[in-house]
Design a protein around this ligand. Structure first.
Ligand code: IMP
Length: 455
């Protein structure tokens, strides 16, 4: 099945030579990007991750088998495709090894994986630091001047500390360094000289301290370096070589636009550039090469962790959406916060990404509600505004203005065309398209590949 979204005359189709397409999340992550990437992977020669790390997670069902992927691009599940982890990703190599082992045990050929030599390594001390920082914030150290209200609620996968070290530079470790023991030792020594006192101050246990001894770290790095060595490459050159050879590339965004470190609801964000322009820095392929940018969004809103969410719901409606949509984190298992669709935020995300079309997911979850609402404006200090500000303090003060739509009672999970949708569901989709200013190229009505309406 070829996506209408990617097969029009202008783009020359998904199989057109040298094409670059992207799938990005338009909300706070968990929009259902995995299903879209999985469907599109078969139409591209390579699938490339450009941001984030093992904080992301998606499940893909191929031929009745469910795979849970956190770091490995889902292109790995298709024989003959390249799966590339770009330089913008922070790689926990031990998690990566586990993931690869699990895939091999299930008969997947993982030889198509390449990891950028410039991708930064998430080391055990990054995870310890992430956890200890979160514990500190959760204890409410703010009252003693520590910033407690800013509970980010991270995935504790070491993402923020690894990106922070990338910016610090001295003592940071990149994938290529795993293959240079002398340099690696120097880097780890430098890193621990700074980390050790900090981690002590944050309450590191003696067991954690033992685990982080240089010799332990060196042994672990040597082992993983040997195993991953053949996959570590200059992926920027590899990707450009593919493009010169006329191959088409699909870029797979992790997390979501509103979690972007620059354009999201800072500080309640992740550490990376989640948006389409992150592809340029995160892979070395200029974002100007992108001819299609598919923005994935749920028919409602969810968020995991702290931070403002103007259209958030509580009570029965929230409970029903959460249970019907199985809204529990794939990486952490945490129940997700739930709200009506926020069209003010959506317009912003479409703008920031230059999204050319929408993939609207989980529409089936809204079946059975008497009314369905969407936030169409905000109110700040009694004034109506219809634009989004990522300023978390300002956003926390906004009140949602909801527009109500009559619901539909029909189960739509077997619907395969727009025409067959109940009139009220169709009207809801059309309203979203109008508000976003781009068409819904895809409407998803269930987790299965076939549960998809194209065009
Ligand atoms: P971190 O990326 O682990 O540092 O977490 C920072 C924030 O981003 C937290 O609120 C997380 O819950 C959120 N987050 C990170 N990755 C994802 C994701 O893939 N889906 C949803 N939320 C995420």
């Amino acid at each position: 099945m070829e996506f209408a979204a990617f097969s029009d005359a202008e783009s020359g189709g998904a199989r057109a030579p040298g094409r670059c397409h992207a799938v990005v999340g338009l909300q706070w992550g968990d929009e259902g990007k995995g299903k879209l990437v999985d469907m599109l992977a078969s139409e591209h020669d390579a699938v490339v991750r450009y941001n984030g790390g093992a904080n992301a997670g998606h499940s893909v069902v191929v031929a009745g088998t469910r795979y849970s992927l956190h770091l490995v691009p889902s292109g790995i599940l298709y024989p003959g495709k390249a799966a590339v982890i770009g330089n913008g990703v922070v790689v926990d190599p031990w998690k990566l090894m586990d993931e690869l082992k699990g895939l091999r045990e299930r008969g997947v050929n993982t030889s198509g994986l390449m990891v950028s030599d410039r991708a930064h390594v998430v080391l055990p001390y990054h995870k310890v630091e992430d956890g200890l920082r979160e514990d500190l914030l959760n204890r409410g150290a703010a009252s003693e001047g520590g910033g407690g209200p800013e509970k980010i609620g991270t995935t504790r996968r070491g993402i923020g500390p690894a990106y922070a070290d990338k910016a610090h530079r001295a003592g940071a470790v990149r994938m290529g360094d795993l293959l240079r023991p002398e340099l690696l030792r120097e880097r780890l020594q430098l890193a621990m000289a700074v980390k050790s006192p900090m981690l002590h101050g944050l309450g590191m246990t003696s067991e954690q301290e033992r685990d982080l001894a240089i010799e332990n770290l060196m042994a672990q790095c040597r082992d993983v370096g040997q195993q991953l060595g053949p996959m570590i490459r200059d992926t920027t050159q590899e990707l450009h070589a593919m493009l010169r050879a006329g191959k088409s590339i699909l870029f797979e965004g992790a997390n979501g636009t509103l979690l972007d470190v620059d354009h999201g609801t800072y500080p309640y964000v992740t550490g990376s550039s989640t948006i389409s322009s992150g592809i340029g820095t995160g892979t070395g392929v200029p974002a100007s090469r992108l001819t299609r940018i598919l923005g994935v969004m749920k028919a409602y809103t969810t968020r995991v962790g702290g931070g403002p969410m103007p259209s958030e719901l509580s009570g029965e409606i929230a409970h029903n959406i959460r249970e019907r949509g199985r809204e529990y984190g794939t990486t952490t298992g945490r129940p997700r916060r739930v709200g009506w669709l926020d069209l003010v935020a959506l317009r912003y995300s479409v703008m920031i990404n230059g999204a050319t079309g929408l993939a609207l997911t989980m529409l089936d979850v809204l079946s059975g509600f008497k009314e369905v609402c969407a936030c169409t404006a905000y109110e700040i200090d009694g004034k109506r505004v219809d634009f989004f500000t990522p300023d978390a303090t300002e956003l926390a003060r906004t009140k949602p203005v909801f527009t109500s739509f009559p619901g539909w009672s029909e189960d739509i999970s077997n619907v395969r065309s727009r025409r067959e949708l109940p009139a009220n569901a169709r009207a809801y989709v059309e309203f979203i398209e109008k508000a976003a200013g781009v068409p819904a190229d895809v409407v998803s009505v269930g987790p299965g590949r076939e549960q998809t309406i194209l065009g």
